[in-house]
Design a protein around this ligand. Sequence first.
Ligand code: PLP
Length: 377
Amino acid sequence: MSNVNSNPLVDKLIREELKALAPYESARRLFSMSSSDDIDGTGTLWLNANENPYSPDVSADPSLYNRYPDFQPEPLINAYAQYANVKPSQVLATRGADEGIELLIRTFCAPGQNIVICPPTYGMYAISAETANVNVLKAPLKQDMQLDVDMVLNQAQNAQIVFICSPNNPTGDLMSKTDLETVLDSLQNQAIVVADEAYIEFCYDANVTDLLAKYNNLVILRTLSKAFALAGLRCGFTLASSDIIDALKKVIAPYPIPAPVAQMATQALSQDGLAWMKDKVTELNQRRDSFIAKASQWALAETVYPSKTNFVLIKLNEQLDATSVMQTFVDAHILLRNQSKQLMLNNTIRVTIGSESEMNAVTELFNQINQNLTAGS
Ligand SMILES: *Cc1c(COP(=O)(O)O)cnc(C)c1O
């Protein structure tokens, strides 16, 4: 399946279950920055990875890099705990939320055990499980893109962890909190339920940290990569009861957070940093809503999915093909994300909400495609 290895030793020694495994097709692997034009307004528009188009003003102090960083830098942990309204003992800082996913699986699932995912959803749960030789059980979302609670509970009878992404990537909407509570309640003393809140800043009132006091099997994943606009920093947080956090600390690397990352992340969580983030969230949410309003008028869109995030999923009119629409955008140096391989999402494209000029360019091209479609029919 993977490329033939020129070194036969790799083929001989690599774990059997990794041979057939394709690495996660991250947005950045599909289109690498170094192979493209400049990434400012004149070159390629990067609307394929749900990044923030803006950059916060954070910087690191170049002294002291000769020392190892703290295991869990206190100013960072305290700042996040205060922001999230939890105790510092309930916070683990990780290399992005992705490391939180991996740690949870490595800590709570032995090879051959199981996790539950609810597709269509974020791809890294399955990748992290597969690389740890952990099986992935699926409880697909219902047609309305909400949890199939009975199916989740049924699959979870054999699982250690259930991953629930809310708001869900790539569909964009929140999962019902009532459903989440039903799952948490039914699986008390049985399985960990992970609420991935990577996009929660775009609808912060819907966060579920209040449930941490009620359910000791709840874990919440957070990141600075999306609303905080620091994807390049690789900083995320796992929130849970201190018992769960302590278990994860047995598995995490000894120096997971580089000192400059801790410094810059702490600045992003300062009063000024939070005000900057909230300002951008307001701006991006408004731009998203006006993009959705426009997209809903287009004949090219069979469905424009509701979104509480910085991205919008569009199911194309069946006369169009997602691969060729993607190519039309690539030719115009606009990178979107084809989600058509996901369960229930054939012929869909995900658009990250960018700057005003970026969205003007996207809208203009969609307008043209729409005109061609309506003229041709
Ligand atoms: C982007 C994303 C992540 C990963 O965030 P990092 O902190 O950059 O690792 C996790 N979950 C979801 C749903 C995401 O979209």
